[in-house]
Design a protein around this ligand. Structure first.
Ligand code: TGC
Ligand code: FAD
Length: 388
């Protein structure tokens, strides 16, 4: 099979700085050399490829937009976006790991934590010496996290935590969990360490999607959390929602990588698959499919570039991130389905990455706010009517 060539129909790479190109190329080479050869087996065997994590840490991608003082790379959001795109070209599960560690664990510690908490945890998380997870969703509160019933109660020297979280990426392997719970009816954030008594994180199995990623429950039974582990600056639902903005941003970029993987597979296959004595790429119906795929990828790239510019200039609105997450995931799923069609029966096998990406994208469409939630978020923004 011909070497992968990234889609760049509008020459967006010409807008990148040398540092951004370097980061993009180093992650692309990593994916080519270390991820592609093993990921289908990991997926089939439902095993998270943990051996890749120290190597990713060496590339400096965890919390890469945070300051160097905390062991992070201090890069911009455009570079972070590109890294998400390259990683998800490998697998959405790896991009999920990056999103959770960087956007949902390091970001809240940096934004809502004390200086002691930052110095204690951020360098460890950047080097993957510690793994984190983020517990917001509960069995009965998914799209409506404001209804959460996990509860913290003030006791001498700290808090007692009771309740449960569900569908938590990396839960079982995490050293710390950023847990959102109500204290006197107000949402607060806590750093729960894996050895705290009464805390467990059983893995959720039998998934058809994101099989190369760990998903877990978090259970809290009278877990004592010391005062020092409360995130002092987090208060109200707005705090976890601010974290979601970061992760949704990384998804908007990431799924462009999934699209590229599916498009590239379909294009290469169509050029070499002969039916009725001609390559199927020579038929107008196939060309129509490929051109539509290329057009949608290019549109998501343009959206992502402007999203990065808005984020780096501090002018981004969370509704703009919703629009990009909603659009890009939907288009990625459409592209995966069309790519599978182009490969005919071969499209259903693990010899090609398409069905893996398609199955992963079903989760990506649901997590970090479902497609419908983002419709309602944008709908409220443009009409002024809350339709939740
Ligand atoms: P609502 O009253 O609208 O908002 C409460 C306060 O928050 C403000 N706000 C935001 N602030 C920052 N960023 C955002 N995105 C914000 N959205 C709202 C809002 O202005 C308000 O502020 P204030 O000052 O008035 O208090 O809250 P609501 O209860 O009506 O909920 C609104 C809704 C539906 C948008 C929200 O709850 C939502 O986004 N639901 C979707 C839930 C979700 O996305 N869960 C994700 C869980 S984590 C995950 O899936 C990780 S996957 C990880 C991986 O990549 O593997
Ligand atoms: P529900 O909220 O029950 O929704 C079910 C359906 O109803 C959806 O189609 C939804 O759009 C629709 N719906 C709901 N309300 C409305 C309405 N008002 N109007 C119209 N339609 C509506 N969560 C975390 O906290 N941390 C994680 O690390 C994490 N990782 C995840 C990993 C995976 C693999 C998956 C699948 C999920 C993960 N999640 C995580 C949970 C994820 O965020 C939730 O699944 C998501 O927010 C949706 O919640 P739900 O599944 O309970 O669906």
């Amino acid at each position: 099979m011909k070497k992968f060539e990234a889609v760049d129909y509008f020459n967006l790479n010409s807008l990148l700085s040398e540092d951004e190109i370097l980061v993009q190329e180093s992650v692309r080479s990593f994916v080519e050399a270390e991820v592609i050869p093993i990921i289908e087996d990991s997926y089939q065997e439902a095993k998270f490829p943990f051996q890749l994590i120290p190597k990713l840490a060496e590339l400096g991608v965890f919390g890469m937009t945070l300051p160097e003082k905390y062991g992070c790379a201090g890069m911009n959001n455009l570079a972070y976006g590109l890294v998400n795109q390259e990683l998800e070209r490998g697998d959405s599960g790896l991009r999920s790991f990056l999103s959770v560690q960087s956007s949902l664990v390091m970001y809240p510690i940096f934004t809502f934590g004390s200086e002691e908490q930052r110095m204690k945890w951020l360098p460890k998380l950047a080097s993957a010496g510690a793994i984190g997870c983020f517990g917001l969703t509960e069995p009965d509160y998914g799209s409506n996290p404001g209804g959460m019933i996990t509860k913290a109660e003030k006791v001498d020297g700290g808090f007692l935590l009771n309740g449960a979280k569900m569908w938590i990426t990396n839960g079982t392997i995490a050293d710390i969990a950023i847990v959102w719970a109500k204290l006197d009816g107000i949402v607060k954030g806590f750093i729960v360490e894996k050895e705290f008594k009464g805390f467990s994180a059983p893995e959720m199995k039998k998934k058809h999607s994101l099989r190369a990623s760990i998903t877990s429950e978090l259970v809290f039974e009278d877990v004592f959390v010391p005062e020092d582990n409360l995130l002092p600056e987090a208060s109200g639902l707005k705090s976890p929602l601010m974290c979601l903005n970061q992760a949704r941003y990384s998804i908007a970029w990431g799924v462009t990588g999934s699209m590229m993987a599916c498009y590239d597979s379909a294009l290469q296959y169509a050029k070499t698959r002969i039916q009725f004595n001609k390559p199927i790429a020579s038929y107008q119906l196939t060309q129509d499919k490929l051109v539509n795929m290329l057009t949608e990828i290019t549109k998501t790239q343009l959206l992502n570039f402007q999203l990065a510019k808005l984020k780096d200039s501090g002018k981004i609105k969370h509704t703009q991130i919703s629009l990009a997450k909603r659009n890009n995931v939907e288009k990625a799923l459409e592209i995966a389905r069309i790519a599978r069609e182009i490969l005919g029966a071969s499209g259903i096998t693990s010899e090609y990455p398409i069905m893996r990406h398609a199955n992963n994208l079903e989760s990506v469409k649901t997590y970090e706010g479902t497609h419908e939630m983002h419709t309602l978020i944008i709908g409220e923004d443009i009409t002024g009517f809350n339709a939740f």
